[in-house]
Design a binder for this molecule. Sequence first.
Ligand code: SF4
Length: 476
Amino acid sequence: MNSSLPQFATDRSIPAAWQEDLELAGKYACHGPRYTSYPTAPQFREEFPLQDYLDWQARDQGSARAPLSLYLHIPFCHDICYYCACNKVVTRKREAGNDYLRRLMQEIEAQAALVGNRRPITQMHWGGGTPTFLDDAQITELMHAIASHFHLLDKGYREYSIEIDPRTVASSSIALLKGVGFNRISLGIQDFDPLVQEAINRIQPFGDVADLVNRIRDHGFRSLSFDLIYGLPYQNRASMADTLKKVIALHPDRIACYNYAHLPERFPSQRAIDRLTLPSPEEKLVLHQQIATTLMEAGYRHIGMDHYVLPGDELAIAQTEGRLQRNFQGYSLQLADDLLGLGVSAISHIGDYYLQNARDLPDYYRALDAGGLPLARGCRANQDDRLRRHIIMTLITNLELDLTECDQLFGIDFHQQFALQLEQLAGMAADGLLELEEDRIRVTARGRPFLRNICMPFDAYLGEAAGQGVRFSATV
Ligand code: SF4
């Protein structure tokens, strides 16, 4: 280990190198959006005029052959993980999958007719819930339905990924997933410490995960991703050091590290987590820094806010080339402008429109059984939204913004239009979170954990969301 890096003591002392960061965390602690879209989800409205979107689709001929990204939501899980904030249905009933698939395939057919069935699918992601709640026959049937209505690629660059729950996937299913066309697998790890796993009701011993990783490698998947969470009950520096050691030993290509947001009033399963067992906000920031330092020392590159990738990974190359994007699935390569979300609660971003499906299964089923689309909420980005989206998404992916380019793209005078925001950023620059140049905003390494804070001054809807009682997660 590099001796210049802070050592992770098991006591509660703060490494001197991070003392200043902790003071900043106290200063900037607030609640804010994760910016997986802009406008953010609280701006999606039920009274959104769906007919406008349908008329626009009927007129839009330009994207008939443009690449398209698909997201499929499979909401079922065998058991509840207490920390979970996903849209899921906990059940062991197999027939639940059949009822759902019938409606999902109906939606696939209707959506393909609307957005165009000749568009090459350059990216596809199955998330949940637990996609592998579906058995092999159901997975095959669903992939066949997608292939019947969209143009799946069997050559050229494509990213077809699926989230796997290591506790429930059958050994034989790995070969099937490869066979039906997936080339990337994402594993929910969260933490390897047995005490933490017990406290979150997600027991998955390291040995089982290691065996699964070997099977995935044997089948030649292009990429393997891990999801980790920091801020979980009983996590401390020693347990995190051990988890990271095990993660590094398994050598995933990508690692996403999410900040646990404890919002038991919004997510009832989180009430099973004792607040007193959670690390303090200061300790969470130490864990965040520990993760970043350890993974970068192990050779990973830090991408955006919370992703780490091996240097040869496409995401690392995409960040260098400015082709990184952030959407509802986190950071990814920009392989298509439009994202079509399918399944209960799924969100689409097509042209200037954001559209979300019904969030509850009965509503989703009712809409499809009535012969309609299950769209429940939406919004259309206007010119000001497009400008602010460019600013926020560029900062959160590329960590720097070219102000002259903004002027040229949107016909504005950035310094004039955002004088107030630049004043706010000047305070952050004084704290070392960013550098303000005449024609550029550059986020520093110290500013990375505060990226959401840096974007928030450009969000025109924060005041409105606060007035509506919207509660976002803590930014740090
Ligand atoms: S974390 Fe994943 S597996 Fe656990 S309940 Fe949530 S969606 Fe299901």
